[in-house]
Design a protein around this ligand. Sequence first.
Ligand code: MG
Length: 360
Amino acid sequence: MTASPKTRHGGGGGLTTIRQQLEAREGEILAPQAAKSAESRGRLRPEPEDDVRPAFQRDRDRIIHCKAFRRLKHKTQVFFAPTGDHYRTRLTHTLEVSQIARTIAKVLRLHEELTEAIALGHDLGHTPFGHAGERVIDSLMPGGFNHYEQSLRIVDVLENDGRGLNLSWEVRDGIAKHSKGKSGAPVGMTPDLRAGTVEGQIMRVADLIAYVNHDIDDATRAGLLGPSDLPATFIGVLGPSSSTRIATLVKDVVTESLAADLAEIRMSDRVLTAVLGLRSFLFDAVYENTIATAEFRKAADILSGLWDKVRERATEFLDRRTIDEEGLDAATRDFIAGMTDRYAIRLFEQLFIPKPWAVE
Ligand code: MG
């Protein structure tokens, strides 16, 4: 006999689905401040619920199965198209963020699958060649560009042959608001700027905790940093290794957020100052380092070259419907931003580098 998604439930004899049982369990297990699948504000387009999976779990699965998620594998995190196998890519960064975010959510009795869905979707809109690529597209696109708006556009519009993934409001809100403000602070934003769920607010701290630590690791691997280069004051607060630092940071987030009764995600001033100090140090020593950024200038030339060329040959490369409905710039942005590093390099070669004559 095959398992049926419908099972008998309770003494009342009412027929409930596995999904409804899981939703009921959320109400029993999760903190009152946690988001609940059954109380979601809903999807862009109404659709029937799944028999087995509650809404946020279903959203997590949709993100994992989408094409933009697989492309993260070949997008730069910090080091441009690294040949070493152990450098982070945008995909492994995303998985590390998800892991840290889920740990925080679980300990705080928040919704782990909502947190995971937001984490897995947060960087889908990243361009090829990391933040260098983002800056180039921002300068070329009238009205500018940023990756978090493009992440939302991917899940709302571009995936699924232009129909989007039709995710729930809570996941979309978390994706749209995952990025830090100009101050660079991951906590302490006013309610209008932060995510509407506590789960969504975890993303900024989890993103920061993940990248500060893995970028130190990758920069050390690349020979840009040695252990004694890290500022002693901040290391003294956070710990000498990635794992001790992540533990200190996660514990701080958990303790401070519980002390605030989960009204918002918080960090202590001492730990926040140390992690932001480490981040500024990385900006000077790694992100703006001339050796690491020399290749990015070439990447910028590739993307601006492609930007002009694919517009000239729009019928060949760009989406017709987007051109008709939103214009040539929007269609160019979607195409260029969606590329992986290696796709951009290959297309550049194809469009700009003459092939040698093959003489028989
Ligand atoms: Mg990120």
